[in-house]
Every structure is written in structure tokens, then in C-alpha cells.
Design a protein around this ligand. Structure first.
Ligand code: S3P
Length: 434
């Protein structure tokens, strides 16, 4: 039976919390630890299903991984020439990041590998990564453009100069990971900045990169040296309690140790444009990733035209922004966000359908939506198995006119283990049921 959330509106959202570790950084810490020589110690690791899929895949490639606690991981790498052929297909579960980054990482290896995923991942586009890898000389086959992805080992890769058609940190990272193992230099140009965790972490592992505005270059053959990685809290997870505190009748919430990488903070800029009361206190950055404290107090939000330039910097927060828009005064316009249709669900369609079920007027567009703000009424919404869709409706329910039931919420465990107790602890009337 699929799980559901029931959320009663009202209540005060308050307290001081920490959200689980950053998903993007946790994946990369495991992968780069596997490619490096020596012992990589990771603290603050996200024990969500997506990152556990990456952990299992790293072990399947012959790399020793210990997990002394749920959030501490030690990776015993021997360099990328020491990876072993996996005995079975590598199961990436729900994770697009795991599949696309592993495609790049494995493209130059001497052995064959097959990457598979769950039903949602099996519908997601993989040619965007297979295309540039083939240009480098890799033998990569997709299944009608989607997973399973089959890599035939033994190809000799050559560096390329690649222009990303859409801003994508996953594709950028895959090409850089292949470029690391290719001859010559590989340059990736982006049409707009996307998250730069790969660039920061490669440098922390001792790999020199050349960066220019909109471009990054890696030379093939560099060796990674094991490093310590302190993973900050995931701003994309923090976004949910932040919204709850913003739109609650009374709210005053402090979130400690949240990642504040400027390629991720578009959500904070957009919420500020909408009138949110946010106090951000940066702390000294550790391991190249900035972090800090965010205090949020309840306030009335107003509708805005979200600047398209901020879309890649807040790409995972759009489900939550649809709900923010529905609760704001006035009209919010989202444009330049066609990529949302290729996430864990078609997030434009899932959010528009869910909001309509709660009485909100939404005009769906190919690259976004126009949302007329006001109130959410009680009702039932289908999360389409998408973790961020489920959590967005759950936190928006604090300000709804009646209880909201959210269906098909199991996948919340992919990115935010402990979501329900954490949210209950700050005052959200949420319960999980079968
Ligand atoms: C991610 C990149 C983004 C984001 C995803 C995580 C990453 O995807 O949506 O949740 O860790 O590189 P795209 O590269 O498809 O934009």
C-alpha cells in the first residue's frame, strides 16, 4: 500500500533545527572518494535512499566503504584505475544525479557496466549525457533515450569542448568525470550557471581546474587525493520548513548549518522578492562549501514574476515555489523552467494538478505557469511519487483552509529521511499513514 501524509492546518512553526545533509554533495563525496587514493572521511552524509544507492554502487565497484554512524562514512579509495567490474547492474533507484554522474565516471573504465533505476528514473532522459560521452569516444547506449544505460568498457576517451544545451550540473559533472579519465583537455560551457559542487570538490581533492565565466576546463589524467568532506545541511530540504515558517499564522524558525553555495541560493532570493522575512548569517566555509544559519519569520508573501535567470539556481525548489505562489497575494509567473518537466515527475504538471485540486487557479505553460494566489482549500493531492511535490504540499497545508491529504509519499525518504518527525517537532500537524 502506498503511504500518505495527512496535514492539519494551523499552529505555530517555531524552533531551532538542522536538516539532513546535502544530497548533491553527499553523492559526490562518495564518488570522488572512490576515485581518490586514500581514506576519504565524510561527515554530515545524507542517509537518504538516493545517496545509499550511490554508496551501494561504489561498493559494487570494489571500493571499501565503512559507515560508523548513519551520517559518517569512510571511503577507502585506490584511485580510478583500481575500480572493479560490477557483478550486476548498478541500481540507481530514484536518483538522476547518481545515474548521470556514474555514466561519466564509468565511461572510460575498462569494464562494461549497466545502470538501471526505478520506474520514475526509467522515464528520464539520458541522451543528454550519453551524447557528449559518445563525442569523447565512449560506447554508451540508452534504451529509447532512457535507462537502462549500457556502457561498453575499454574505450579510449579524448577530451572535447562541449556546449551544454541546457544548464545542468549533472551533465556538466558527467562530462568532467569522463574528462578526468580522457586524454587532453575537456571544457564544458554552460548557458547559465548551474550548481558547482563538482568543481569545488574536485579542487578539494587536489585536481586543478581552469575556470572562466561560463566555462570549466579539466586536464585528463589528474589524480585525486583523499580528503575530508563536511557536508552541510541541504538548502533544498531546508526550503520546506522555511516555507512552513513563512506562511504559518505564526512562525519563527532557525535553521543551522545550511549550505549557502551561491549556485544554490536562488530560492532565498526569490522568497525575498516575494517579501519573505529571512535573516541569513554566513559562517566560515568548510571544505570549499559555504554554510550558515537562516532565521525565518512569518510574513505575508506577494506574487512576483520569477526572473528566469534565477531558475537554474533554484531548480529543485520550484514545487515549493508553486505552493508559495498559491499562498501569496497577487499573481506569480514562472517561465524559463521547462526543465521541471524532466525531474522525478513532470513537476509543472504535478504541481498544477495538485494546486487545482485545492481550488487554486493555475494556467499551465510549456515552460512554467501563472498562479493566482489566495488560499488553499482542504482536499487530496497526488504527489506522483515525487518527494519534493509531496513535501511542498505538506508544508503549504499549514496555511490551508482545511486538512490536506497527500498520496504516494514514500519517496520522501530519497532526500529527506525524518521529514515527518522533524516537521512535527516544529509544530506542523503532519502524520504519515499507510
Ligand atoms: C543536481 C543537479 C540538478 C538538480 C538535481 C541535483 C546535481 O539536476 O535538479 O536534483 O546534484 O548535480 P540537473 O543537472 O538535471 O539540472
Amino acid at each position: 500500500m502506498t503511504q500518505r501524509f495527512e496535514v492539519n492546518p494551523g499552529g505555530r512553526i517555531a524552533g531551532t533545527i538542522r536538516v539532513p545533509g546535502d544530497k548533491s554533495i553527499s553523492h559526490r563525496a562518495l564518488m570522488f572518494g572512490a576515485l581518490a587514493e586514500g581514506e576519504t572521511r565524510i561527515s554530515g552524509f545524507l542517509p537518504g535512499e538516493d545517496c545509499l544507492a550511490t554508496l551501494a554502487a561504489v561498493r559494487e565497484l570494489g571500493v571499501g566503504v565503512e559507515r560508523p554512524t548513519a551520517t559518517d562514512v569512510v571511503v577507502h579509495g585506490s584511485g580510478y584505475h583500481a575500480l572493479k567490474a560490477p557483478a550486476r547492474p548498478l541500481d540507481m533507484g530514484n536518483s538522476g544525479t547518481a545515474m548521470r554522474l556514474f555514466a561519466g565516471l564509468l565511461a572510460a573504465q575498462p569494464f562494461d557496466s549497466v545502470l538501471i533505476g526505478d520506474e520514475s528514473l526509467s522515464r528520464r532522459p539520458m541522451e543528454r549525457v550519453a551524447g557528449p560521452l559518445r563525442q569523447m569516444g565512449a560506447q554508451v547506449a540508452t534504451t529509447n533515450g532512457c535507462p537502462p544505460v549500457r556502457i561498453t568498457g575499454g574505450a579510449r576517451l579524448v577530451g572535447i569542448d562541449y556546449r551544454l544545451p541546457v544548464a545542468s550540473a549533472q551533465v556538466k559533472s558527467a562530462v568532467l568525470l569522463a574528462g578526468l579519465q580522457a586524454s587532453g583537455e575537456t571544457t564544458v560551457h554552460e548557458p547559465a550557471p548551474s550548481r558547482d559542487h563538482t568543481e569545488r570538490m574536485l579542487q578539494a581533492f587536489g585536481v586543478p581546474l581552469r575556470t572562466a565565466p561560463g566555462a570549466v576546463t579539466i586536464a585528463g589524467g589528474a589524480r585525486l587525493k583523499a580528503a575530508r568532506v563536511d557536508v552541510p545541511g541541504d538548502l533544498s530540504s531546508a526550503a520546506f520548513p522555511i516555507l512552513a515558517a513563512c506562511v504559518a499564522g505564526a512562525g519563527d524558525l532557525t535553521l543551522e548549518n545550511v549550505g549557502l553555495n551561491p549556485t544554490r541560493t536562488g530560492i532565498l532570493e526569490i522568497l525575498r522578492l516575494m517579501g519573505a522575512d529571512l535573516l541569513i548569517t554566513p559562517e566560515a566555509s568548510r571544505g570549499g562549501e559555504p554554510a550558515g544559519t537562516i532565521r525565518v519569520r512569518a510574513t505575508r508573501l506577494r506574487g512576483v514574476a520569477i526572473p528566469p535567470a534565477l531558475v537554474p539556481l533554484a531548480i529543485d525548489e520550484f514545487p515549493m515555489l508553486f505552493v508559495a505562489a498559491a499562498l501569496a497575494d497577487g499573481v506569480t509567473t514562472i517561465s524559463g523552467a521547462e526543465e521541471l518537466r524532466h525531474k522525478e515527475s513532470d513537476r509543472i504538471s504535478a504541481m498544477a494538478a495538485g494546486l487545482r485540486a485545492l481550488g487554486v487557479s493555475v494556467e499551465e505553460r510549456p515552460d512554467g505557469a501563472v498562479i493566482r494566489g489566495g488560499t488553499l482549500r482542504g482536499g487530496t493531492v497526488d504527489s506522483k511519487g515525487d518527494h519534493r511535490v509531496a513535501m511542498s504540499f505538506a508544508v503549504g497545508a499549514v496555511a490551508a483552509a482545511g486538512p490536506i491529504e497527500i498520496l504516494d509519499v514514500e519517496n520522501v525518504a530519497t532526500s529527506f529521511p525524518g521529514f515527518v518527525p522533524l516537521m512535527q517537532g516544529i509544530g506542523l500537524g503532519v502524520t504519515a499513514g499507510g
